[in-house]
Ligand binder design. Structure first.
Ligand code: ATP
Ligand code: MG
Length: 332
């Protein structure tokens, strides 16, 4: 059976981008057609300036939102990265296969390093090595497919490269994974800055729709989305980025095609209104279920405990095999 792995970082409140680009497919498709693991990748949240209490809070919230989005512990494994030591164990070994040049070429490293410096901070070494830990997350489970948004494809490519390189040097150990993306909304853009991806750790709140935003907040944010001074509604990602973003969001929420949907509108106002309502409807059940889960924290804890146990058992043999292959002495 196909093995699927993916995750979210508890670096902020989960967004519409996380949902449309990744989580929704995990729940609707991946968990049913494959042997899938979904993870709150909390170690990755330590790569940028962070508040420990906030990361803990966001980790619990992210786990609960994964379940609220429809992940069913009967159909997949849901767990927290730091509960399974194998990720960090394997990451070190993969650092011995990766090069510093490869790390410095990662687009996300460059972007986030600039942001950290801009916020007056220094750049943590873990921000540079983050893609190696992500490769470990993926390779530890013999993952075939990694369902992610477009922004993560470069990191999955790196995981592929490291798997191939390790296998060539030290003997076949890892399955070589590949990224899979959604048909539309693979890169949901910030509503206020349509040239930038909507990211949960970004500063511009009004341009980001959070999964737990109240319906009226969603309506306001979508209503105030930056478009352009044109009048006609056409789908053009290059020239009309703000408009294209709204059409993609609408398409993703209603199951339509962005270019076809454009033909049905002759004003931005009507498009924004329909898009806002479509987003509100898509998020409604997620918010509802999340509220129910908040009332039952014991359930989420049980899911995470069982998930970590299952994940550990799955990762251990592969990570042990990598330790042997690269030359480490088995424990006596
Ligand atoms: P951060 O700003 O901390 O990087 P993020 O919003 O980018 O947060 P991640 O935890 O890095 O979220 O990514 C979780 C998943 O959501 C990944 O599969 C990623 O590709 C996807 N994703 C994130 N942002 C978007 C977006 N704007 N559009 C589509 N998919 C997205
Ligand atoms: Mg990200």
């Amino acid at each position: 059976m196909t093995r699927v792995f993916s995750g979210v970082k508890p670096t902020g409140h989960l967004t519409l981008g996380n949902y449309l680009g990744a989580m929704r497919r995990w729940a609707a498709e991946d968990q049913h057609r494959s042997d899938a693991l979904f993870c709150v990748v909390d170690l990755h949240a330590l790569t940028v300036d962070h508040d420990p209490a906030r990361v803990r809070r966001l980790s619990r919230q992210a786990a609960s939102l994964l379940l609220a989005a429809g992940l069913d512990p009967e159909s997949c494994t849901v767990f927290v990265q730091s509960h399974v030591d194998e990720h960090a164990r394997l990451s070190y070994v993969l650092e011995c296969v990766a090069t510093d040049g490869e790390m410095r070429r990662m687009i996300q490293y460059k972007e986030k390093a600039v942001r950290e410096r801009g916020r007056g901070g220094s750049v943590r070494l873990s921000l540079l090595t983050y893609p190696v830990l992500m490769a470990a997350d993926i390779l530890a489970y013999g993952t075939d497919e990694v369902p992610v948004g477009e922004d993560q494809t470069q990191h999955v490519e790196l995981a592929r490269d490291l798997a191939v390189r390790f296998n060539q040097r030290y003997g076949h150990t890892f399955v070589v994974p590949r990224a899979t993306g959604p048909a539309v909304a693979a890169r949901v853009m910030n509503l206020q800055e349509p040239a930038s991806k909507m990211g949960k750790s970004d500063d511009t709140g009004p341009g980001i729709v959070y999964l737990l935003d109240e319906p009226d907040v969603v309506r306001k944010k979508v209503g105030r989305a930056v478009t352009d001074s044109g009048r006609d509604v056409v789908y053009d990602r290059e020239e009309r980025a703000g408009l294209a973003n709204l059409l993609e969001i609408l398409a993703a929420c209603t199951g339509g095609d962005p270019a076809e949907l454009a033909g049905g509108y002759d004003s931005y106002g009507a498009l924004k209104k329909d898009t806002a309502e479509a987003v509100v409807e898509v998020l409604r059940p997620v918010r509802q279920r999340h509220q129910e889960l908040c009332a039952d924290p014991g359930y989420v804890e049980d899911v995470l405990r069982d998930g970590a146990e299952k994940a550990r058992a799955m990762a251990r043999p592969t990570v042990d095999a990598a330790y042997r292959a690269i030359g480490l002495l088995p424990p006596v």
